[in-house]
Structure formats: structure tokens, C-alpha cells
Design a protein. Structure first.
Length: 318
């Protein structure tokens, strides 16, 4: 039904950085006519540009075509990608299918999403970067196809991008509707006013909360159960600002108008109410600041280990 995709013969060279402390390992490989899975893994685990005009979309279609031949029962899911003219169209179809509810007809929801995507190309660009980030950082995901169709963290972030556009363009009630549906379907609660960068990885997603004045910059990784909350009941800037390259571990609570500096790390279960300098680690309840984040880019390496000396330097209170 669908013609073979040109992705099968894509040629490219990529540079893969294996996370380390101060001496990252650089590997170069060249793939010619490689299997789809191997090529997808290569694309997603590197920041190197590819010659294809829209490499993420090309590989996603190729993966869907290959998967369709092996799992006929899921053909309608794969067809939502194979029958779409663009990445944005496929993303919209996937979100409409997951967010659908009898209170809002699917054509209405689809039309609203299309309006936003056409008005703001950054939505689609950010979606591609987010998708790539998942496979770069999640060893459980080897294909673009998996987060695109099945991972609720990716879906929750994309839903928020549409909700934020509605919020910023005079459609607050529809934005609130999307927030509510996303909360019901994906178990996240993200205020539509929150500002998100691109290349975000929300792993597992359950229990993630982000308040109205939250700012998350590019290339941040967040695990499940994280709260980015406010303090007090004043209508003001009252939520955290998370800078580039930050890793936030599962169950961390970060409150108030504070800054989490670039390439810092928040240890799992920590309670943070003070700003964290760049390239530092916050750990404990209440959190204490430790110099160094364990790697040059915690969000990319996903390394959540703490140096042994960390625990010996103070009383770790739970």
C-alpha cells in the first residue's frame, strides 16, 4: 500500500558522545544501507546533522512501515504515520486519538491543533527535538516510533505545547481543557502558562507537576513524580526556572521562584527551596548543594550516581 521510503538507503556519519566525567568517549561510524532499527538508533543517539531535509520524519515513516509488516493488529496506529503528509500531521492524529473525549469532537480538536501548528512552526520543531531526545537518553527506547506512539511523557509534553499556544493566543479556556485532558490521560498536571524549551525528556511522566510561571529551558531531563511548584498565594512569578542541561531525579520537589543552574543535577527525592548554582548537585531533605554534577551534561548522560564522598560530608536527612 505504501511505497518504500528513501530512508532505507540514507547515508550518514554521526558522532556519539558516551557520557563520562571529564573524558567523554567519541565514536565515529558510517552506516550505508543499514537496517532501519540500527539507523534510527544512530540518528537518535547523536546531535550530528543528517543530509535529509527532515531526517526525523523520514526515519519515523520508515520505522512505521517496517513495524506494520510485523504487527498487523496495530496497523491503524502505523497508518496514522504512513498516511500523514508531515510530522506535524502525524503528531496531531496521534494526540487526537489519545486525548479524544465525547465532550469535544475529534474534528474540532484536530482543527485547533492544526491552527496552532501552522501558526507556530516551533511546535513541530520542538516535537522533533523532544522525540530525538527520548531515544538519545532512554536506553529502553531504540526507535523513534516507540515514544511517538506509546510514551506518555512525550505525548504530555506535546499536548502542553499546543495548550501553551492556546494560552498565549487568547484561548485560555481551550488551554485549560487540554491541561485537564492531559492530566486525566497522562497523569501529569502542567499549567498551560508554563514555558518549555525544546529537546525535553520526561521519563515515565506519572505525577509530574509544573506551575504557571515555570520556565524549563532546552535539553532538560525530568523523571516521574517531580513537582515544580510555587510558594504562597500571590499572583506573581512564583515557580522554578530550570536552565539548560539540568537533570531532575524522580520524586524531587522544587518550590518557589528559584533558579536551577545550567547543567546541574537534582537528586531523586530531594526537597529544594533555594537556587542551585550551575554544574552543582542538590541532594537531601532539605537539599544541600554539592559542587559538581557528576558529568558535563547530566541531562544527556542521565547519570544519577552521587560520589561516595557526598554522603560522608553531611548528615543525609530523610
Amino acid at each position: 500500500m505504501y511505497p518504500a521510503k528513501s530512508a532505507v538507503v540514507i547515508k550518514y556519519i554521526f558522532v556519539r558522545e558516551t557520557a563520562g566525567y571529564n573524558a567523554p568517549e567519541i565514536r565515529r561510524r558510517c552506516f550505508v544501507n543499514a537496517p532501519i532499527d540500527e539507523k534510527a538508533s544512530a540518528i537518535l543517539r547523536t546531535g550530528a546533522p543528517l543530509p535529509a531535509e527532515d531526517a526525523v520524519w523520514t526515519v519515523l515513516q520508515a520505522e512505521a512501515e517496517q513495524a506494520r509488516s510485523g504487527e498487523a493488529a496495530l496497523a491503524p496506529l502505523y497508518d496514522s504515520i504512513l498516511g500523514a503528509p508531515t510530522f506535524e500531521s502525524a503528531l496531531i492524529e496521534t494526540l487526537v486519538a489519545r486525548l479524544g473525549h465525547n465532550s469535544i469532537a475529534a474534528p474540532t480538536l484536530r482543527a485547533k491543533f492544526r491552527t496552532a501548528a501552522e501558526a507556530d512552526p516551533a511546535i513541530g520543531a520542538a516535537g522533533r527535538a523532544d522525540l530525538k531526545a527520548v531515544v538519545e537518553r532512554d536506553p529502553a527506547s531504540g526507535r523513534l516510533l516507540e515514544p511517538f506512539l506509546f510514551f506518555k511523557g512525550f505525548a504530555a509534553i506535546q499536548t502542553h505545547r499546543f495548550a501553551h499556544w492556546m494560552w498565549a493566543n487568547g484561548r485560555p479556556d481551550f488551554a485549560r481543557y487540554l491541561q485537564s485532558r492531559s492530566s486525566e490521560v497522562f497523569q501529569t498536571d502542567i499549567h498551560p502558562g508554563a514555558e518549555f524549551g525544546r529537546g525535553l525528556f520526561l521519563d515515565h511522566a506519572t505525577g509530574f507537576v509544573a506551575g504557571e510561571t515555570v520556565v524549563i529551558e532546552d535539553d532538560v531531563s525530568i523523571l516521574h513524580g517531580v513537582t515544580l511548584g510555587g510558594t504562597g498565594n500571590q499572583k506573581k512569578d512564583r515557580h522554578p526556572k530550570v536552565r539548560t542541561g539540568v537533570l531532575i531525579g524522580a520524586g524531587a520537589i522544587i518550590l518557589g521562584d528559584i533558579e536551577i543552574g545550567a547543567f546541574s543535577k537534582i537528586a531523586s527525592g530531594s526537597f529544594v527551596t533555594q537556587s542551585v548554582p550551575p554544574r552543582c548537585t542538590a541532594v537531601g531533605v532539605p537539599a544541600r548543594i554539592i559542587e559538581g554534577a557528576g558529568s558535563t551534561n547530566p541531562a544527556q548522560s542521565m547519570d544519577q550516581h552521587l560520589a561516595l564522598g557526598t554522603y560522608e560530608s553531611f548528615t543525609y536527612v530523610i
